[in-house]
Design a protein around this ligand. Structure first.
Ligand code: HMG
Ligand code: MG
Length: 311
């Protein structure tokens, strides 16, 4: 522990390898009040890669620039990442055919559509009903598949919704099934406002398995509003999920969901996995230094407990 690493004691029933899907540059920066200069964003992504995040770094969104002005520089950012090795998946969010065209024009090989389990958030985030948004994704999926792109499907509000309260699991299962049937290669279950607790997570995973959506297709995406993200992650890993979304330094939130705070901090996740003897390939010191560097640019300390403890 003196060298800034936890003692390693493995536990039963956990995967030997966990893939970290880093969302800091997208989920983290979309919620910032100020606009981060594009060169800083590019350096952020490079530093994340250098710190060992090699499974995926979600870099930006090709959404309407008026809806998310913080990411309106997507066209400028993607070329600044061209020197990174092809092996590093760099997914971008695309809500519709227009976004998909923009992503294709910039050579993006990995894209993500983002659905909602609730009508309120579908309306707030996409200006559509749930079914209208699924219909909007269909041509995106068709085109992506014909171009050989890998497609992730997010489902937001899987556990609770700020307007509708607790979300019935059946609603989530229906949207997940629709995205799998459209051809999504992976689904990410979003606890957008961070209200879930472990029993709820495991129940949803079981229901999804019963509906023919296996753990191998699933990722979990926990915001940490109520401090539950790490406990929920451990429950999902014990269930059999092996892909976890996290955000360097715990940045994050959604401008269209009141009470959405930062994501599970990547450093907090890496600390736990390291202690469990699960390899991630991440250099924790380098990653924490990256988050401190980013926090300086944003003008406030990182919300990650591990970043602060290591600092
Ligand atoms: P709309 O106003 O209904 O748009 O917004 P529209 O389809 O009516 O089109 C209006 C105009 O916008 C048209 O231009 C389109 O071409 C243009 P006009 O013909 O009037 O000149 N347009 C676009 N321009 C550039 N790029 C585009 C695009 N699309 C249309 N992609 C829309 C619908 C989906 C566009 C809008 O609602 C939107 O951009 N929403 C994005 C919201 C967002 O990014 N939210 C944050 C990400 S989700 C999240 O954070 C949750 C997650 O982390 C998981 C979790 O935590 O749960 C993923
Ligand atoms: Mg999110």
């Amino acid at each position: 522990m003196a060298d800034g690493l936890p003692m390693t004691v493995p536990a039963e029933g956990l995967p030997s390898r966990v893939r970290i899907y880093e969302v800091g540059p997208r989920d983290g920066l979309q919620n910032e009040k100020g606009i981060v200069p594009v060169e800083v964003k590019a350096e952020f992504v490079h530093r994340l890669y250098e710190a060992g995040l090699r499974d995926a770094v979600e870099v930006t969104s090709f959404v309407h620039p008026r809806w998310v002005p913080q990411l309106a520089d997507a066209e400028e950012l993607v070329p600044l990442l061209a020197d990174l090795p092809d092996e590093l998946p760099r997914p971008v969010l695309v809500p519709n055919s227009r976004g998909a065209e923009r992503a294709l024009a910039h050579g993006c090989r990995h894209v993500a559509v983002f659905a909602s389990a609730t009508e309120s958030f579908a309306k707030a985030n996409l200006n559509r009903t749930v079914d209208e948004s699924l219909a909007m994704f269909e041509p995106v999926l068709r085109r992506a598949k014909s171009e050989g792109q890998w497609v992730r499907g997010y489902v937001s509000m899987c556990f609770g919704d700020p307007w509708e309260g607790p979300v019935p699991a059946e609603q989530v299962v229906r949207v997940c099934r629709a995205l799998v049937d459209m051809g999504c290669d992976q689904l990410s279950l979003g606890d957008t406002i961070g209200v879930a607790t472990p029993g709820q997570v495991v129940r949803l995973l079981r229901l999804l398995n019963e509906a023919g959506v296996p753990d191998e297709l699933l990722a979990v995406h926990f915001h940490d509003t109520y401090g539950q993200a790490l406990a929920n992650t451990l429950a999902a890993l014990q269930h059999g999920v092996t892909t976890v979304d996290a955000s360097a330094g715990g940045l994050g939130g959604c401008p269209y969901a009141k009470s959405a705070t930062g994501n599970l901090a990547t450093e907090d996740l890496v600390w736990m996995l390291r202690g469990l003897g699960i390899d991630t390939g991440v250099d924790l010191d380098k990653l924490a230094a990256t988050s401190r560097w980013m926090a300086e640019r944003l003008g406030r300390p990182s919300p990650s407990r591990t970043v602060r403890a290591l600092g």
